[in-house]
Design a protein around this ligand. Structure first.
Ligand code: AHR
Length: 506
């Protein structure tokens, strides 16, 4: 059996976990909203039409922040269409996804839903077809107490107290050719700056995310960050990163190695931000908002067909990727990577939350269930709080098609307020189990309280409506301890959560 070691020490830390690292994303896309979180008439819908079965699944993963309403959708969206009496709200063509938006679910509904889901909003403004004027208006509507046209309209629409939305995105993927209202880096940087100025005059307590590149492979990557930040560095608080991974050729080893790409992407964007900081002699360090990340590829061909055959129809079943066990491992690896960068990445949103490339699926008028990727997300959100520990991992490595020296064992540790140490770790080896030795000398009073394991003999295994518990975690008990060294068995291709809590002396 192969072996690896992990050493953890409480003095070797990376940073404090910002709870917003475990955020998610809901776009007016496909069945995310209509038939996802909102379905009046569903047997389990509440008085506002929110599906309570979906709310329960969301509450279990403790989602701290939800980005909304897009995504590509926001670049053609008029936020005023989504307020006021529902029968008067206009139906509009959504150019991003070639469907029709009814606006039945809008700003007020989203904020009510956030309260029920125990989450907070991250609201995107449209800097594609719109600009400064609309950005200032929605801040005034949402966050100003009253006595002006927009704030009084909010009160008239039933909300006396301001919504006080704290976190805002300045547009979405404005570098991308598919974006309605695509901009050059200079145009966007200037627009982001002027919108930010206006928004912060109305509410100086808000935080703003500027659009970074759509991904590291887009040809303007790097130049985009430098040019747009040159314009808006002093006015924004975060830069966004987006990244999706795929495995169309079925090369699992290479697919799982993509965490190296994510790691490099985060490092490169940090360097780009710091380069602008240096040029400007600024005292401010910009943090990162990785506000779209996931696996996305299973439905791409099918989506094109649906969009062609059902152009301009409502709530089409788009991006309904059914995730495999292998995808859950990749998601786990991305979560480990995010935790390893907790000093710099303060916000991250798994894209998305329900039905659209999502951990939760629903059937119209039917059940809701958790996909494979739900579980690593739930574990890290539930247990990955507190301080991130810099795990020293000694693991054999492998070379894949696109990556060299990829450690088979990918791991990170956290220390929470109760003194519990949690180690999240993946065995990426397709063929062999690993014996992992854990050196926890720096934590003498801790005892192992749980080993949660997610594994499956079939890497293509999925959860479906008919078989929703095919891939689920379980607790195992095959670990041993001697002189502060734990020996843990990590089965081939597995996600593991190892928990060590202070010994109870009662
Ligand atoms: O999450 C799906 C889409 O991916 C989003 O709308 C867009 O921002 C990205 O390209």
């Amino acid at each position: 059996m192969k072996t690896a070691t992990i050493i953890l020490d409480k003095d070797y830390t990376i940073g404090i976990v910002d709870p917003r690292l475990f955020g998610s994303f809901l776009e007016h896309l496909g069945r995310a909203i209509y038939g996802g979180i909102y379905e009046p008439g569903h047997p389990l819908a509440d008085e506002e039409g929110f599906r309570t079965d979906v709310l329960e699944l969301i509450k279990k993963i403790q989602v701290p922040v939800v980005r909304y309403p897009g995504g590509n959708f926001v670049s053609g969206f008029r936020w005023e269409d989504s307020i006021g009496p529902k029968p008067l709200r206009p139906h509009r063509l959504d150019l991003a996804w070639k469907t029709t938006e009814t606006n039945e679910f809008g700003l007020h509904e989203f904020l009510h839903w956030c309260r029920k889901a125990g989450t907070s909003p991250m609201y995107s403004v449209n800097l594609g077809t719109r600009g400064i004027e609309d950005a200032r208006n929605i801040i005034e509507y949402s966050n100003h107490p009253g006595g002006t046209y927009w704030s009084d309209l909010r009160i008239k629409n039933g909300e006396k107290e301001p919504f006080s939305i704290k976190l805002w995105c300045l547009g979405n993927e404005m570098d991308a050719s598919w974006q309605t209202g695509q901009k050059t880096a200079y145009e966007y940087g200037k627009l982001a700056r002027e919108s930010a100025k206006a928004m912060k005059i109305i509410d100086p307590s808000i935080e703003l995310v500027a659009c970074g590149s759509t991904g590291p492979l887009i040809e303007t990557f790097g130049d985009w960050e430098l040019t747009m930040l040159d314009q808006c560095y002093d006015y924004v608080d975060y830069v966004s990163l987006h990244r999706y991974y795929e495995n169309p050729s079925g090369d699992t080893a290479d697919f799982l190695a993509n965490s190296c790409d994510m790691d490099e992407f985060i490092q490169n964007v940090s360097c780009l931000c710091d380069s602008v900081k240096g040029k400007k002699h600024s005292k401010k360090t910009l943090n990162l908002s990785f506000d779209e990340w996931n696996v996305w590829y299973h439905t791409k061909n099918q989506d094109e067909k649906i969009q062609t055959q059902h152009r301009w129809e409502k709530s089409l079943p788009l991006l309904q990727d059914v995730y495999t066990f292998e995808d859950a491992l990749m998601v786990g690896s991305m979560l480990i990577t995010l935790l390893r960068h907790a000093d710099r990445v303060k916000i991250a949103c798994m894209a998305q939350l329900v039905n659209v490339i999502a951990p939760i699926m629903t059937e119209n008028n039917g059940s809701a269930w958790a996909q494979t990727i739900y579980y690593p997300y739930a574990h890290v959100s539930q247990f990955g709080r507190g301080t991130v520990l810099r795990a020293i991992v000694n693991s054999p490595v492998y070379d894949s098609k696109n990556f060299c020296s990829v450690p088979y064992i990918d791991a990170v540790g956290t220390l929470d307020e109760s003194g519990t140490v949690t180690i999240f770790c993946i065995n990426k080896d397709l063929n062999e189990d690993f014996k992992l030795s854990l050196d926890l000398r720096a934590f003498p009073g801790l005892v192992m309280t749980d080993h949660i394991l997610l594994s499956h003999p079939d890497k293509a295994a999925v959860n479906t409506k008919e078989n929703p518990f095919n891939v689920i975690p379980c607790s195992v008990n095959n670990d041993t301890q001697e002189n502060g060294q734990y020996q843990v068995l990590l089965p081939k291709l597995s996600w593991n959560v190892l928990r060590f809590s202070p010994e109870r002396r009662d």
